[in-house]
Design a protein. Structure first.
Length: 153
């Protein structure tokens, strides 16, 4: 005699599927009944007016604004000369720590008192602790690094 192919798990899945289908049918009937009682037909629409706000009424065609293709700018606006002051990339600071055997150290910026990491590969002059230096910043793996470090004259 052959064994039944219908397992407990299969029958439970079938029951769940049928219950889901029945629940969906009941919800649909409830929505139809509610629509008949309240007099609503279908899906309500949301419109966008000329300012980009959502409204329940269609937009007034007389307030439509024509935009020329040349007026659309998809870029960073160019600054005019004299509009924005150029920031000097060279900063001044003081060496707070430097280990020459390991080849790294930290420099404190004199403007904002932030501490920046520096590596021996970014040095131009030999530096030691408490030296006044000039440097530039460059993004590293863990934040900003001081590079092109020179002794201040």
């Amino acid at each position: 005699m052959a064994k039944s192919q219908q397992t407990f798990n299969k029958s439970e899945k079938e029951k769940k599927r049928l219950k889901k289908r029945e629940d969906k049918r009941k919800k649909m009937e409830a929505r139809k009944l509610d629509a008949k009682e309240n007099g609503k037909k279908g899906i309500e629409f949301a419109y966008v007016d000329f300012n980009g706000n959502l409204t329940s009424t269609p937009p007034d065609p007389s307030q439509k604004v024509e935009v020329e293709l040349e007026d659309i700018a998809i870029s960073i606006p160019k600054t005019l000369p004299g509009e924005k002051e150029e920031i000097d990339p060279v900063r001044k600071g003081k060496v707070s720590f430097f280990d020459s055997s390991k080849g790294f150290g930290f420099i404190i910026d004199s403007e904002n008192q932030e501490k920046y990491f520096t590596h021996v590969s970014g040095l131009i002059d030999e530096i030691a602790e408490n030296d006044k230096v000039t440097f530039e910043l460059e993004r590293g793996m863990k934040g900003m690094n001081a590079v092109r470090v020179t002794l201040q004259k």
